[in-house]
Design a protein around this ligand. Structure first.
Ligand code: KG4
Ligand code: ZN
Length: 349
């Protein structure tokens, strides 16, 4: 039985809608980014994000349907991100999904944002790559999962403080490179030498699959201002010094991500590795993980970069699996807000 699913994603600062057939065939995937609205604050402002979602959600949904060449009655279900994320942002997508579900008598399928990142590689693979170890690296999360199947996902480890994307964003702010930090650090780092400055790699206790990036961020801060400089300007650094700091930071952040993902595969005995989330579009991370998987005899299934950042196609794709398993909700569905990243120190063993 084929299913045509509308996916809606509004967990953070991207309003996205997509139409996906049978969990794999992406008929449309629209992402409206709010980056310009938040750039001057150096990060996402929840109230601004929620208001922008209100303006964007309906036009984006209708554009996604139009581009897919269908209209509401042609749909089989509505899949929506119900958490985790910013509660005001989630509420807009969840409310839109509930209204459409009621008006068109369509099943409502709640989808976990992180599980969607963890399974996003399946969007393009003919045969789902499970079981797999999944590295999810985004602005709010940095975690390793064992994905036994679309509906059987176990957390193996996660960051104990900053998320990887958050560290990119904060270091870009320290270096006055703008927001979001990931893409700009990647670009600036290309002109630097990743070995010029060796920033600390934080392993925590080696058998653990947890991460910590706040020490690395502080090390960058000391490197920039440690000589008694006034905080708030990087004018004393040359372009090439900034490039070396960016490259050194990127290398120090990426190395534990790669090594621990490979360790997770060894510990669980699985042969497939996947990666999702905004940071997964980083080309140095992609190349590094590929090389490490090749060396360890693991098969890496890389999510195409267009589906790494927040997007509704991954929500509709996982929604398809959840619909088939009967994981629908009634109109009492509420967003699962809370912190977009785990609390400091929570889960530390
Ligand atoms: O998955 P995502 O779009 O949103 C969340 O769920 O958080 O991830 C956004 C994060 C931001 O922190 C951004 O700086 C980072 O992904 N990012 C990157 C790159 N592109 C986006 N980090 C490193 N390199 C990139 N090329
Ligand atoms: Zn995300």
């Amino acid at each position: 039985m084929t299913s045509t699913i509308l996916g809606i994603e509004t967990s953070c600062d991207e309003t996205s809608a997509a139409v996906v057939v049978d969990g794999r065939e992406v008929r449309s995937n629209l992402v409206s980014s709010q980056v310009a609205l938040h750039a001057k604050y150096g990060g996402v402002v929840p109230e601004i994000a929620a208001r922008a979602h209100i303006e964007q959600v309906r036009p984006i949904i209708e554009e996604a349907l139009t581009r897919a060449g269908i209209w509401y009655p042609d749909l089989d279900a509505i899949a929506v991100t119900d958490g985790p994320g910013l509660v005001g942002s989630l509420l807009i997508g969840v409310t839109a999904a509930k209204v459409l579900s009621l008006a068109y008598e369509l099943p409502l399928v709640p989808v976990d944002h992180i599980e969607a990142h963890a399974t996003s590689a399946a969007l393009l693979s003919e045969v789902p790559p499970w079981p797999a170890v999944a590295l999810v690296v985004s602005g709010g999360h940095t975690s390793i999962y064992l994905v036994r199947d679309f509906l059987d996902i176990e957390l193996l480890g996660q960051t104990t403080d900053d998320a990887a994307g958050e560290a990119f964003d904060k270091v870009a702010a320290i270096l006055e490179l703008g927001y979001p930090g990931g893409p700009v650090i990647e670009r600036v780092a290309r002109g630097g030498n990743p070995e010029a400055i060796r920033f600390p790699r934080t392993w925590l206790d080696k058998p653990h699959l947890n991460f910590s990036f706040s020490g690395l961020k502080t090390a960058v801060l000391y490197r920039v201002y440690g000589t008694g400089r006034k905080y708030g300007t990087v004018k004393h650094l040359s372009k090439s010094e900034i490039a070396d700091i960016a490259a050194g930071f990127q290398a120090a952040l990426i190395e534990p991500l790669i090594k621990k993902t490979v360790v997770a595969a060894r510990q669980t005995g699985v042969k497939n590795v996947v990666m999702g989330g905004g940071v997964a579009s980083n080309s140095v991370l992609r190349a590094g993980l590929q090389a490490a998987c090749d060396e360890a005899g693991l098969t890496l299934h890389l999510t195409p970069t267009e589906y790494c950042g927040d997007n509704a196609a991954m929500i509709a794709a996982l929604g398809h699996r959840r619909l088939r398993a009967g994981h629908t909700s009634d109109l009492r569905l509420e967003p699962r807000g809370g912190l977009i990243r785990p609390k400091r120190g929570k889960k530390r063993k």
